[in-house]
Design a protein around this ligand. Structure first.
Ligand code: GLU
Length: 422
């Protein structure tokens, strides 16, 4: 079994050797500042009452308030949430936004829930964790199987709780501030233009920069995308609009390939109407395992953790991997891929577009502003391309891989901030 938290700690240990990090900083960073486990009850549509388990992990706030998504999935575990919160600390540092690392999750199968049940779970989870979140404390956002609509319910519940508290304590709550407690909200309810596609688009700016560095021409570059959720879909669509040959897409049950390039919109429409890609006639069906081992130029794991492990790393034939999911490659597999000369653009850099635009949303809320989409995208591009270049340069300077290049920059920033606070 691959344990995400153990993997995150192994990556931290690797960079601490390169940076010759002192033991006390390393020990501190191995564990989150705070980890909260909550159990709460929700009334289901059939009248029964069910208990759900949720978590919030706050890894480090030396650089700013904790920041990170909330996922709803049956795979959510203490180990996963802790790992994801540590990765958020590195992600915010590498993206150069003044935020720390946090993450939350609820163990739930969203596809079995009605909209009403989903709303009640979202609100009950916020009631359970409200004491440790806030616009200057910890700022949640969407992640796997959570949506802008869910953020609306959550922020609404949070504002209700704070207003009640304010009545009792006769203080004044500023709505602009409270609404900034959650990001990834719908645009009409305080969300930022461009937040929905931000993670995928950030990955595209990375792909374009990589292509520039390595002399890859879009029309001659094949790309295999694993996934088709918010991240995978936008990445695939935007890459194919730029002329890259995106030949695969997948969901948890099925994967499809068209060696001439997929029509992303057509395939996505099919999946939306049938529930999966199975039976789609403008492509062939393959397994998710086969998808990962295709001889493509760029492989983009954009779905879940631990899909490339020591069991299949040797069979990976892509020249480049852009990690759009969090934690898709285990440390053991990383070693194999590095030996094979495959360049891996790490998750903390490649998918940092989401949290970067979340930060822009937080800034807009606090200032009572609304930025134009083009403005959001231009700012995102500036930040993510600069992060890519710095990680690339660190990789060359330290003669290491790109994950360690990014980690060198990120971990150093967090450690420096910790020293300033002491
Ligand atoms: N869940 C996203 C991530 O893993 C976004 C987090 C955020 O916007 O705070 O990066």
């Amino acid at each position: 079994m691959n344990d995400p938290y153990k993997n995150a700690v192994k990556q931290l240990e690797r960079v601490s050797e390169i940076l010759r990090l002192d033991k006390s900083s390393l020990d501190r960073l191995k564990v989150p500042d705070k980890f909260l486990e909550v159990n709460f009850t929700v009334k289901m549509d059939d009248g029964s009452v069910r208990t759900f388990k949720g978590f919030r992990s706050q890894h480090n706030n030396a650089r700013g308030p904790y920041k990170g998504g909330i996922r709803f999935s049956t795979e959510v575990s203490e180990s996963e949430v802790k790992a994801l919160s540590m990765w958020m600390s590195w992600k915010c540092a590498i993206a150069d936004i003044p935020l720390g690392g946090g993450k939350g999750g609820v163990i739930a199968e969203t596809k079995d829930l009605s909209e009403g049940e989903l709303e009640r779970i979202s609100r009950a989870y916020v009631r359970a964790i409200h004491e440790i979140i806030g616009p200057d404390k910890d700022i949640p956002a969407p992640d796997m199987y959570t949506t802008p609509e869910i953020m609306s319910w959550m922020v609404d519940e949070f504002i209700k709780i704070k207003n009640e508290e304010c009545k009792v304590n006769s203080c004044e709550c500023k709505k602009n501030d409270l609404i900034a407690t959650f990001t990834g909200k719908p645009v009409e309810n305080g969300g930022s233009e461009g937040r929905t596609e931000a993670t995928g688009l950030g990955g595209i700016y990375i792909l374009e920069r990589l292509a520039e560095k390595e002399g890859l021409k879009p029309a001659e570059t094949t790309v295999a995308v694993q996934g088709s959720g918010n991240v995978g879909y936008y990445f695939a669509r935007l890459a194919s609009e730029l002329g890259f040959k995106v030949i695969t897409l997948s969901d948890s049950k099925s994967a499809i390939i068209n060696k001439e390039g997929l029509d992303i919109e057509d395939a996505t429409k099919y999946k939306e109407s049938k529930g999966s890609f199975a039976g789609y006639t403008n492509a062939q069906g393959i397994s998710n395992a086969e998808l990962l081992e295709l001889a493509v130029d760029v492989l983009v794991p954009g779905a879940i953790e631990n899909v490339i492990t020591d069991e299949n790393a040797q069979n990976i034939k892509a020249k480049y991997i852009i990690e759009m999911a969090n934690g898709p490659i285990t440390p053991e597999a990383d070693e194999v891929l590095n030996k094979k000369g495959i360049i891996v653009v790490p998750d903390v850099l490649a998918n940092s577009g989401g949290v970067t635009v979340s930060y822009f949303e937080w800034l807009q809320n606090r200032a009572g502003e609304k930025w134009e989409k083009d403005d959001v995208f231009a700012k995102l591009k500036g930040k993510i391309v600069s992060a890519f270049d710095q990680s690339w340069d660190a990789m060359k300077e330290f003669k290491t891989d790109m994950r360690m290049g990014a980690y060198i920059l990120a971990v150093k920033k967090v450690v420096d901030a910790m020293k300033e606070i002491k």
